[in-house]
Design a protein around this ligand. Structure first.
Ligand code: C5P
Ligand code: C5P
Ligand code: C5P
Ligand code: ZN
Length: 460
């Protein structure tokens, strides 16, 4: 941690000396919150800045940055560690802050947890790294909320059912200053904004047999617990009395046990949840998980500027626009899931896949792959791979689950190797990874991936 802080100091010095900066970040919730932190810190230093977002940082994207930066300092957040060689060779004057596995290249102003024995998939996100840097740039403790939203957006709290590592330190700091509170609660998505039964209906990890995906059964379940499901409007989780919450949670535990669900899965039904105390109750922004979904609904549809404005404090026009985008995002997720349900998935020996071609946007095929584990046609015993058309070829997104990880699955390794074998590139994390491969290579790629995953799971 001390050496990590030293790197932060070095990056901060460079930023303080610059006249003007460009912030380049990733188009997801963690990328947006990272950019929000950095832009806010620059604003407070009264440094002019421009924010840009990239789906991926390939050579073409870097060339265009090099051509247009005009001597400004380029600050990369939530990406860049894999592209240090190109950043150097193009002569871009940069500060790189990231949490993805770095390329083995020396770079002067570079912050990445992996370089200091910290885990960038579980202990700190891109926003956390940007926050550590922002702390060196001024009084920016309030930006800790964005660091927590970024970590939750990357699902870094999933493995231990709570934030750990540096994320935990940031959480304690945010809590001590009254920005955030955390508690153990039901850990289903939508506690602030969705009708209670929807929390059960959309539960995909863990999958609850007989409830996940079954609206009527979920309504009956809540009513059967003696909890009124509706007053004049649908009641949300935050509208329930403490006793009502307890009743539903314990009935849910009993139900899951009676279904024979293993204890470690049942335990994942509750976990730590994070409340942003300065945000309006009942809005997406009040809950770290819902906040991150709102951000995904902007950046993944080319509206990163809207999400960034929300991160920077806009609660008017941009926030309302983001909510409209969220509506559309939810429809797209439902349509995407229906498409998978209708078409079904194809099974190979060690994986299952669906090919959405042009019918699912490449930027959300990963989310749909992740959520599809709640569908009947998708087995929880195999990783799920989604394919969709993209500008540069075929976008691949892969999602596993905790049981598969315990059996040896590492999707980042499998995808990067299989993609490389057909002339593509891939990477990510053990539980979630992605790739882009050339069009026409889908079958060959899937066959290689199937074999690689088989080898990983054989160590059973
Ligand atoms: O690019 P990046 O690291 O930001 O994204 C992490 C991805 O991994 C997200 O899409 C996140 O939802 C996914 N993930 C997952 N399950 C986990 C942890 C992460 O699907 N348990
Ligand atoms: O790309 P990643 O895998 O992070 O995407 C997962 C996203 O899907 C999260 O942002 C989460 O908020 C959203 N989600 C949802 N409803 C669920 C589960 C996840 O909207 N039931
Ligand atoms: O795009 P998707 O949501 O499936 O990405 C899952 C994870 O894989 C993310 O962490 C993303 O940054 C990573 N990824 C990668 N290289 C790619 C595509 C995705 O490292 N070519
Ligand atoms: Zn990230």
């Amino acid at each position: 941690m001390q050496r990590f802080q030293k790197a932060a100091e070095k990056c901060a010095e460079k930023i303080k000396k610059c006249d003007e900066a460009i912030v380049v970040s990733h188009i997801d919730a963690d990328g947006l919150t990272s950019a929000g932190i950095m832009c806010k810190a620059l604003e407070r230093l009264q440094k002019p800045y421009e924010a840009r977002f990239a789906k991926k940082l390939d050579e073409a994207a870097l060339k265009s940055i090099a051509d247009s930066c005009g001597g400004r300092l380029v600050i990369f957040t939530d990406l860049g560690s894999g592209a240090l060689a190109t950043i150097k060779s193009l002569g871009i004057d940069a500060v790189v802050t990231d949490h993805h596995r770095p390329a083995p290249v020396e770079y002067e102003c570079h912050m990445n947890p992996h370089l200091y024995g910290l885990n960038g998939s579980t202990e700190i996100s891109g926003a956390g790294v940007a926050f550590l840097l922002a702390l060196r740039l001024g009084d920016n403790v309030d930006l800790s909320t964005l660091a927590i939203v970024g970590a939750v957006g990357d699902l870094q709290d999933m493995r231990s059912n709570a934030l750990v590592g540096v994320n935990r330190d940031i959480l304690e700091l945010a809590t001590s200053r009254g920005f955030i509170s955390y508690e153990k609660d039901i850990k289903l998505f939508g506690r602030q904004t969705r009708p209670v039964y929807k929390l059960l209906q959309y539960s995909s990890d863990p999958f609850i047999p007989g409830l996940s995906g079954c609206e009527d059964a979920c309504i009956a379940f809540i009513e059967g617990a003696g909890v009124p499901i509706k007053t004049d409007v649908w009641r949300r989780w935050i509208d329930l009395l403490p006793d009502e919450k307890k009743t539903i949670t314990s009935k849910l535990f009993q139900y899951c046990m009676s279904c024979g669900m293993p204890a470690h899965k049942i335990q994942r039904l509750v976990g730590e949840v994070y409340t942003l105390l300065k945000e309006e109750p009942g809005t997406e922004l009040r809950d770290a998980s819902e906040y991150s979904t709102l951000l995904n609904a902007t950046a993944r549809y080319d509206y990163a500027d809207v999400g960034l404005a929300v991160c920077m404090g806009d609660r008017g026009e941009a926030f309302n626009y983001a909510r409209d985008l969220l509506e559309a995002h939810r429809h797209n997720l439902v349509n995407g899931l229906n498409l998978v349900a209708d078409k079904g998935v194809c099974r190979l020996s060690n994986l299952q896949y669906f090919n959405a071609q042009g019918e699912i946007r490449e930027t959300i095929v990963g989310i749909i792959a992740g959520m599809s584990s709640s569908l009947d046609c998708v087995s929880r015993d195999l990783p799920i791979i989604g394919l969709a058309k993209s500008d540069g070829g075929i976008k691949v997104s892969a999602r596993g689950n905790h049981d598969l990880i315990l059996r040896g699955l590492n999707l980042a390794v499998a995808l990067s190797e299989a993609a490389a074998a057909v002339g593509g590139v891939g990477g990510g994390h053990d539980i979630a990874a992605g790739a882009t491969i050339p069009e026409g290579k889908e079958d060959e790629f899937l066959a290689i991936l199937d074999k690689k995953i088989g080898e990983q799971l054989k160590g059973d």
